[in-house]
Design a protein around this ligand. Structure first.
Ligand code: SAM
Length: 219
């Protein structure tokens, strides 16, 4: 695996940016579209960390929204006309004042950040009291299976990464000062109709999933 630093992550996404969205899994996208707007319901100022070109931020439709990404190449593929502000930055050291947002989320970003504890401290700092933080990241508890799927070309290459598991995610969130509302497994079988995907997830709840879905609240 490539050396995992902020520089190598930026270089990886500079190469991957063109056509990135074409490779995204449809069942995963549907799950993100279903969960994140509920997690951040009522948040007036929403920040997406590692936003890339994902259209979800615009679909949430908060009165103020901002997409931040380390990679200019990924961020420049966003639909500029849709209205969210765009900021190129390493969100381990975010260029925003404290309490700038009511909701923060990230989709498949945590695993690429060399210092996930720093990222969660920044999420906490950026949120106003009562603010909500939602994360989806591959489940480090099944890292071997995720790597096998990548070798079989059943998922996009991760590039530089380190997966986190439930225990590490909880530890960083609590150390940052968050109350953990939930950390659940997600997408045990990310293929087929949504009803089937959700049924399998209900059967596997807490036992197995390729992803983790976490919601933290700033007291
Ligand atoms: C797997 S892609 C996901 C993109 C988008 N969230 C989506 O679901 O389509 C990971 C994204 O995180 C960004 N990223 C990685 N490390 C970052 C950091 N330290 N700060 C901000 N963005 C970062 C990458 O540049 C990339 O766009």
């Amino acid at each position: 695996m490539a050396e995992h630093t902020t520089r190598t992550v930026r270089e990886h996404y500079a190469k991957l940016a063109e056509g990135y969205d074409d490779g995204a899994n449809a069942a995963c996208k549907r799950a993100y579209e279903r969960l994140i707007p509920v997690d951040l319901r009522g948040c007036a100022r929403v920040l997406e960390i590692g936003a890339g070109a994902s259209p979800l931020l615009d679909a949430i439709g908060a009165p103020f929204s901002c997409g931040a990404d380390l990679s200019h190449a990924m961020l420049s593929r966003r639909n500029a006309a849709a209205g969210a502000a765009r900021v190129v930055a390493d969100m381990q050291q975010a260029p925003f004042p404290p309490s700038s947002f009511d909701g923060v989320y990230s989709l498949n970003v945590m695993e690429h950040v060399p210092d996930p504890a720093a990222l969660l401290r920044e999420c906490h700092r950026l949120l106003a009291p009562g603010g909500r933080c939602a994360l989806i990241t591959p489940n480090g508890g099944v890292a071997g299976l995720l790597e096998l799927l990548e070798r079989l070309r059943l998922k996009l290459p991760e590039g530089p990464h380190r997966f986190v598991d439930t225990a590490e995610l909880r530890r960083h969130a609590e150390a940052a000062g968050f109350r953990v509302e939930r950390i659940e497994t997600l997408l045990a079988f990310p293929a087929g109709p949504d009803a089937l995907v959700q049924f399998i997830d209900r059967c596997c709840a807490g036992k197995f999933g390729l992803f983790l879905h976490a919601v933290f609240v700033k007291p």
